[in-house]
Design a protein around this ligand. Structure first.
Ligand SMILES: [Zn+2]
Ligand SMILES: [Zn+2]
Length: 284
């Protein structure tokens, strides 16, 4: 059985996200450990970690993931912004480690005014520093594949492989695959053979053993549009087939999968609950 969950708000305490996840039937939960649109972070207390861990055990959740701030850009050609991003990713890893969360997912970065090649080099240099400064932590970073919007790097699997191969301790870095981003970047999963081709491209670049998490999102924007807009499962351009392939794929049975779809209610039903039900209905 796949491990299915969703991103949840930590308003009122980190443990609240675990409770909210459990309430809608999640097996795993993703959180922001700080405001994702701000650099600064509120100090954490030992109680934050204890309550989060206690809730994880009490409610039998089996996976957790932290999503890093959207401000982080390890590819920036501006030295001050790049350094600020390195420092911020280190803090993100420390905070997740404090809560007992094994991985932090982040978007690799945008080269903006420089070139993709320079951007990739900047990401590698940044990651070498991040990994050196966090070598005593259990928590490790995960590169997320992107939709390739604007100058976002990491939309081609080869780019993710280049980043991983470039760091000195590649065993301390993993990958999180977002289905919406892969679809928007031009990786088809619409039929069994397309899906297998996309999986073999992952396997031939960064390698399947690097995948530590999935983001399950449908896409509002068409195939290969390079636009990142999440849609509820089965209601977007991807349809249900890619999700049927993934939730039944034995290779990923132990990898937590998180929804990052819009919150709210539809016809009086919680949207996360609805999406989870949709995904579970696809399991053979
Ligand atoms: Zn994502
Ligand atoms: Zn996205």
């Amino acid at each position: 059985m796949p491990i299915l969950g969703a991103h949840m708000s930590v308003a009122g305490g980190y443990w609240k996200a675990v409770e909210a996840a459990s309430k809608v039937g999640c097996d795993c939960v993703q959180v922001f450990t700080k405001n994702n649109n701000q650099w600064r972070a509120k100090e954490m207390t030992p109680q934050d970690g204890e309550l989060f861990q206690e809730a994880m055990q009490r409610l039998h959740l089996v996976g957790s993931l932290s999503h890093a701030s959207y401000l982080i850009n390890l590819a920036s050609p501006k030295p001050d912004l790049r350094q600020k991003s390195v420092d911020a990713l280190v803090v993100e890893l420390e905070r997740a480690n404090f809560l007992g969360i094994p991985n932090v997912v982040f978007h690799p970065g945008s080269h903006t005014t420089s070139t993709p090649q320079d951007g990739l080099s900047a990401i590698i240099d940044s990651l070498i520093e991040v990994l050196e400064r966090t070598q005593d932590l259990t928590t490790t970073p995960l590169l997320e594949n992107t939709a390739g919007q604007g100058s976002n790097l990491g939309w081609q699997f080869e780019q993710l492989a280049t980043m991983i191969e470039g760091v000195r301790t590649p065993d301390r870095i993993g990958v999180c695959i977002d289905t919406c981003h892969a679809f928007a970047a031009g990786y088809s999963m619409g039929t069994e053979s397309d899906y297998e081709m996309t999986i073999s491209e992952m396997s031939g670049t960064f390698g399947l053993d690097k995948i530590k998490a999935f983001h399950l999102n449908d896409s509002k924007k068409p195939f290969a549009s390079r636009k990142d807009r999440h849609e509820h499962i089965g209601l977007g351009e991807m349809g249900l087939e890619p999700f049927r392939q993934i939730v039944n794929d034995e290779r990923f049975a132990a990898i937590p999968m998180y929804l990052e779809t819009e919150k709210g209610e539809l016809d009086g039903r919680d949207m996360d609950e609805m999406n989870l039900e949709q995904l579970r209905s696809l399991i053979d």
